[in-house]
Design a protein around this ligand. Structure first.
Ligand code: AP5
Length: 223
């Protein structure tokens, strides 16, 4: 299965990607995570991306597309994947179509859109904490760790992302409306878009996603 998660910043893409990828047994590929890993290593890619990320702007398409093209060529992604955070512009989506045609003579099976409003996004992003070692995502109110700033899963230190400051969140929402929201119409027109209500408890959202994928998975395994 080749699956894309789309939705505004803070919609819960990273949180849900973890669970859905396990459910469909496909690798989760998050462009945000790959960029952040490069930033913390200080690699040339990380140095290039950091200024854009700190402002809440998109990293230029050519840089992002090269990175994704390389990742999708790795053996674990050849039979399917769950993409979180890519594509984010219509040119990225068109290039993804080309990459899939060239490498695997295939196309996307489904695009899941996580639907939440801006007030909820702001509540979620301002309380988000991420584990420095395993990248697990927590929230100080909605999904708190047992001990503040310590990951329950591996004891790693929790940190607040630089782009989760109020001003940067506002810019990320504008960038989403301008550059990424048009993707929803693009994929709706292709007949691969499924919208999911992403409010309410995390487990409920996961269940809605799994329910939405069920008919499609039956089709994939029958094929
Ligand atoms: P990226 O990391 O992709 O950021 P994003 O899309 O803005 O999304 P977030 O990671 O902020 O939110 P999310 O939807 O994953 O929510 P989460 O699950 O964490 O990208 C970062 C930057 O990298 C970009 O700004 C850009 O510069 C660059 N970049 C990345 N990809 C790019 C691309 N393709 N092109 C160009 N540039 C690119 O949840 C948020 C919080 O809510 C958490 O605390 C969580 O615990 C909580 N939460 C989740 N679900 C629920 C729920 N149901 N109820 C209550 N709380 C919940």
């Amino acid at each position: 299965m080749r699956l894309v998660l789309v939705g505004p910043p803070g919609a819960g893409k990273g949180t849900q990607a973890q669970f859905i990828a396990e459910h469909v047994a496909m690798p989760k590929i998050s462009t945000g995570d790959i960029f952040r890993a490069n930033v913390s290593e200080g690699s040339p890619l990380g140095v290039q991306a950091k200024a854009y990320m700190d402002r809440g702007d998109l990293v230029p398409d050519d840089v992002t597309i090269d990175m994704v093209r390389n990742r999708l060529a790795e053996p674990d992604a050849l039979d399917g994947f769950l993409l979180d955070g890519f594509p984010r512009t219509v040119p990225q989506a068109q290039t993804l179509d080309d990459i899939l045609r060239e490498t695997a003579d295939s196309e996307l099976d489904v695009v899941l859109e996580l639907v939440v409003d801006d007030d909820e996004v702001i509540r979620r992003l301002s309380g988000r904490r991420t584990c420095r070692t395993c990248n697990h995502i927590w929230h100080v109110d909605f999904d708190p760790p047992k001990e503040p700033d310590v990951c329950d899963l591996d004891g790693g230190e929790l940190y607040q992302r630089d782009d989760d400051q109020a001003e940067t969140i506002a810019n990320r929402l504008e960038v989403y409306a301008e550059s990424t929201a048009p993707l929803v119409a693009y994929y709706a027109g292709r007949g691969v878009l499924i919208g999911i209500d992403a409010t309410g408890p995390v487990d409920d959202v996961t269940q809605r996603a799994i329910d939405a994928l069920r008919p499609l998975r039956a089709g994939v395994s029958d094929a």
